[in-house]
Ligand binder design. Structure first.
Ligand SMILES: N[C@@H]1O[C@H](COP(=O)(O)O)[C@@H](O)[C@H]1O
Length: 208
Protein backbone atom coordinates (compact mmCIF):
# COMPACT_ATOMS: atom_id res chain seq x y z
CA UNK A 1 0.00 0.00 0.00
CA UNK A 2 1.22 3.51 -0.76
CA UNK A 3 0.86 6.13 1.96
CA UNK A 4 0.76 9.89 1.56
CA UNK A 5 1.49 11.59 4.88
CA UNK A 6 0.32 15.14 5.64
CA UNK A 7 2.37 17.06 8.25
CA UNK A 8 2.75 20.56 9.68
CA UNK A 9 5.45 20.17 12.33
CA UNK A 10 8.10 18.00 13.98
CA UNK A 11 6.97 14.76 12.34
CA UNK A 12 7.62 12.32 15.19
CA UNK A 13 4.55 10.35 14.06
CA UNK A 14 5.81 10.41 10.46
CA UNK A 15 9.10 9.00 11.81
CA UNK A 16 7.22 6.20 13.58
CA UNK A 17 5.52 5.31 10.27
CA UNK A 18 8.82 5.44 8.33
CA UNK A 19 10.52 3.21 10.91
CA UNK A 20 7.61 0.75 10.83
CA UNK A 21 7.77 0.52 7.01
CA UNK A 22 11.52 -0.13 7.16
CA UNK A 23 11.77 -2.63 10.01
CA UNK A 24 8.45 -2.82 11.80
CA UNK A 25 4.91 -4.10 11.37
CA UNK A 26 4.43 -2.18 8.10
CA UNK A 27 7.46 -3.76 6.40
CA UNK A 28 6.41 -5.17 3.00
CA UNK A 29 2.87 -3.93 3.67
CA UNK A 30 3.17 -0.18 3.13
CA UNK A 31 5.56 2.50 1.88
CA UNK A 32 5.51 6.24 2.45
CA UNK A 33 5.18 7.45 -1.13
CA UNK A 34 5.10 11.18 -0.46
CA UNK A 35 5.09 13.71 2.39
CA UNK A 36 3.21 17.00 1.99
CA UNK A 37 3.52 19.89 4.47
CA UNK A 38 1.63 23.16 4.73
CA UNK A 39 4.65 24.67 6.53
CA UNK A 40 8.05 25.19 4.88
CA UNK A 41 9.92 24.86 8.17
CA UNK A 42 8.28 21.61 9.30
CA UNK A 43 11.07 19.40 10.70
CA UNK A 44 9.17 16.40 9.37
CA UNK A 45 10.35 17.41 5.87
CA UNK A 46 13.94 16.77 6.96
CA UNK A 47 12.95 13.37 8.36
CA UNK A 48 11.35 12.47 5.00
CA UNK A 49 14.36 13.71 3.00
CA UNK A 50 16.69 11.67 5.22
CA UNK A 51 14.59 8.59 4.41
CA UNK A 52 14.71 9.41 0.68
CA UNK A 53 10.98 10.17 0.49
CA UNK A 54 9.76 12.84 -1.99
CA UNK A 55 8.24 15.88 -0.32
CA UNK A 56 6.30 18.99 -1.26
CA UNK A 57 5.13 22.15 0.49
CA UNK A 58 1.73 23.76 -0.10
CA UNK A 59 1.23 26.96 1.89
CA UNK A 60 -1.91 29.03 2.35
CA UNK A 61 -0.38 32.50 2.73
CA UNK A 62 0.40 33.20 -0.96
CA UNK A 63 -3.21 32.34 -1.84
CA UNK A 64 -4.55 34.65 0.87
CA UNK A 65 -2.23 37.46 -0.19
CA UNK A 66 -3.30 37.23 -3.82
CA UNK A 67 -7.00 36.40 -3.48
CA UNK A 68 -8.03 37.44 0.03
CA UNK A 69 -8.95 35.13 2.94
CA UNK A 70 -12.05 33.36 1.66
CA UNK A 71 -11.21 33.01 -2.05
CA UNK A 72 -7.56 32.28 -1.16
CA UNK A 73 -8.59 29.44 1.12
CA UNK A 74 -10.97 28.00 -1.50
CA UNK A 75 -8.26 28.01 -4.18
CA UNK A 76 -5.72 26.57 -1.72
CA UNK A 77 -8.11 23.72 -0.90
CA UNK A 78 -8.92 23.03 -4.56
CA UNK A 79 -5.23 22.81 -5.41
CA UNK A 80 -4.55 20.68 -2.32
CA UNK A 81 -7.27 18.21 -3.35
CA UNK A 82 -5.94 18.13 -6.92
CA UNK A 83 -2.39 17.36 -5.71
CA UNK A 84 -3.57 14.60 -3.34
CA UNK A 85 -5.63 12.95 -6.08
CA UNK A 86 -2.70 13.22 -8.51
CA UNK A 87 -0.50 11.22 -6.10
CA UNK A 88 -3.30 8.63 -5.93
CA UNK A 89 -2.15 6.97 -2.67
CA UNK A 90 -3.88 3.93 -1.16
CA UNK A 91 -4.28 5.89 2.08
CA UNK A 92 -3.73 9.48 3.26
CA UNK A 93 -2.49 9.87 6.83
CA UNK A 94 -2.82 13.20 8.68
CA UNK A 95 0.02 13.04 11.21
CA UNK A 96 0.20 16.40 12.96
CA UNK A 97 -1.49 18.15 9.99
CA UNK A 98 -2.84 21.44 11.29
CA UNK A 99 -5.15 22.66 8.49
CA UNK A 100 -8.87 21.90 8.54
CA UNK A 101 -9.74 19.77 5.49
CA UNK A 102 -12.84 21.32 3.95
CA UNK A 103 -15.51 19.53 1.91
CA UNK A 104 -13.70 20.92 -1.19
CA UNK A 105 -10.77 18.58 -0.43
CA UNK A 106 -12.77 15.70 1.07
CA UNK A 107 -15.20 15.56 -1.87
CA UNK A 108 -12.30 15.28 -4.33
CA UNK A 109 -10.84 12.41 -2.30
CA UNK A 110 -14.10 10.51 -1.98
CA UNK A 111 -14.79 11.04 -5.72
CA UNK A 112 -11.52 9.15 -6.32
CA UNK A 113 -12.14 6.68 -3.51
CA UNK A 114 -9.05 7.71 -1.54
CA UNK A 115 -9.46 7.09 2.22
CA UNK A 116 -8.02 9.53 4.74
CA UNK A 117 -7.33 9.18 8.47
CA UNK A 118 -6.24 11.58 11.21
CA UNK A 119 -4.46 11.28 14.55
CA UNK A 120 -5.82 13.32 17.48
CA UNK A 121 -4.33 13.59 21.00
CA UNK A 122 -7.59 13.12 22.89
CA UNK A 123 -10.49 10.65 23.20
CA UNK A 124 -13.48 10.83 20.82
CA UNK A 125 -15.64 13.91 21.33
CA UNK A 126 -13.72 14.88 24.47
CA UNK A 127 -11.42 17.72 23.33
CA UNK A 128 -11.90 18.12 19.58
CA UNK A 129 -9.82 20.85 17.92
CA UNK A 130 -6.57 22.49 18.98
CA UNK A 131 -4.73 22.46 22.36
CA UNK A 132 -6.45 19.18 23.24
CA UNK A 133 -3.68 18.05 25.61
CA UNK A 134 -3.60 21.32 27.55
CA UNK A 135 -7.42 21.40 27.78
CA UNK A 136 -7.52 17.83 29.07
CA UNK A 137 -4.84 18.64 31.62
CA UNK A 138 -6.77 21.71 32.84
CA UNK A 139 -9.96 19.62 33.17
CA UNK A 140 -8.07 17.03 35.22
CA UNK A 141 -6.81 19.74 37.58
CA UNK A 142 -10.41 20.83 38.07
CA UNK A 143 -11.24 17.22 39.01
CA UNK A 144 -13.50 16.78 35.97
CA UNK A 145 -11.54 13.89 34.40
CA UNK A 146 -8.77 11.48 35.41
CA UNK A 147 -7.99 10.06 32.00
CA UNK A 148 -7.50 11.27 28.46
CA UNK A 149 -6.01 9.48 25.48
CA UNK A 150 -5.45 9.57 21.76
CA UNK A 151 -7.32 8.29 18.72
CA UNK A 152 -7.04 7.58 15.03
CA UNK A 153 -10.23 8.31 13.08
CA UNK A 154 -11.59 8.58 9.54
CA UNK A 155 -11.63 12.21 8.40
CA UNK A 156 -14.95 13.93 7.80
CA UNK A 157 -15.71 17.66 7.53
CA UNK A 158 -16.45 17.85 11.28
CA UNK A 159 -13.03 18.46 12.89
CA UNK A 160 -11.90 15.33 14.80
CA UNK A 161 -15.49 14.10 14.50
CA UNK A 162 -14.99 11.09 12.20
CA UNK A 163 -15.59 7.44 13.21
CA UNK A 164 -12.76 6.22 15.47
CA UNK A 165 -10.55 3.43 14.12
CA UNK A 166 -8.37 3.00 17.22
CA UNK A 167 -8.40 4.54 20.70
CA UNK A 168 -5.89 4.45 23.56
CA UNK A 169 -6.93 5.60 27.05
CA UNK A 170 -4.23 7.29 29.15
CA UNK A 171 -4.57 7.98 32.90
CA UNK A 172 -3.79 11.49 34.16
CA UNK A 173 -2.09 11.16 37.55
CA UNK A 174 -1.79 13.68 40.38
CA UNK A 175 1.89 14.25 39.74
CA UNK A 176 1.46 14.71 36.00
CA UNK A 177 2.50 18.03 34.45
CA UNK A 178 1.39 19.17 30.98
CA UNK A 179 4.79 18.09 29.67
CA UNK A 180 4.70 14.63 31.25
CA UNK A 181 1.16 14.12 29.97
CA UNK A 182 2.19 15.26 26.48
CA UNK A 183 5.12 12.84 26.51
CA UNK A 184 2.84 9.96 27.53
CA UNK A 185 0.33 10.80 24.79
CA UNK A 186 2.97 11.14 22.05
CA UNK A 187 4.50 7.78 22.99
CA UNK A 188 1.10 6.09 22.69
CA UNK A 189 0.27 7.95 19.47
CA UNK A 190 3.32 6.57 17.69
CA UNK A 191 2.19 3.00 18.42
CA UNK A 192 -1.52 3.58 17.84
CA UNK A 193 -1.09 5.27 14.44
CA UNK A 194 1.23 2.58 13.08
CA UNK A 195 -1.12 -0.17 14.28
CA UNK A 196 -4.15 1.57 12.76
CA UNK A 197 -2.39 1.93 9.39
CA UNK A 198 -1.44 -1.76 9.59
CA UNK A 199 -5.03 -2.77 10.26
CA UNK A 200 -6.35 -0.66 7.37
CA UNK A 201 -3.81 -1.74 4.72
CA UNK A 202 -4.19 -5.43 5.72
CA UNK A 203 -7.97 -5.15 5.60
CA UNK A 204 -8.40 -5.98 9.30
CA UNK A 205 -10.29 -2.67 9.56
CA UNK A 206 -12.85 -2.17 6.76
CA UNK A 207 -12.81 1.12 4.92
CA UNK A 208 -15.81 3.41 5.63
N1 LIG B 1 -2.34 16.69 15.88
C1 LIG B 1 -1.31 16.35 16.82
O1 LIG B 1 -0.10 17.01 16.50
C2 LIG B 1 0.98 16.25 17.05
C3 LIG B 1 2.01 16.08 15.96
O2 LIG B 1 3.19 15.59 16.40
P1 LIG B 1 4.38 15.26 15.36
O3 LIG B 1 4.02 13.99 14.61
O4 LIG B 1 4.52 16.42 14.42
O5 LIG B 1 5.55 15.06 16.24
C4 LIG B 1 0.38 14.93 17.52
O6 LIG B 1 0.20 14.95 18.92
C5 LIG B 1 -0.96 14.90 16.84
O7 LIG B 1 -1.96 14.19 17.55
Amino acid sequence: ASLLVLISGSGSNLQAIIDATQSGILKDKAVVKHVLSNRKKAFGLERAAKAGIPTSVHTLLPYKKEHGDEEGRRLFDEELGRQLVEHNPSLIVCAGWMHILSPIVLNQLSAHNIPIINLHPALPNAFNGIHAIERAYEASRQGKINETGCMVHWVIAEVDGGKPIAIQRIPITQDDTVDSLEAKIHAEEHKLLVQAIHDIVTGAVPRP
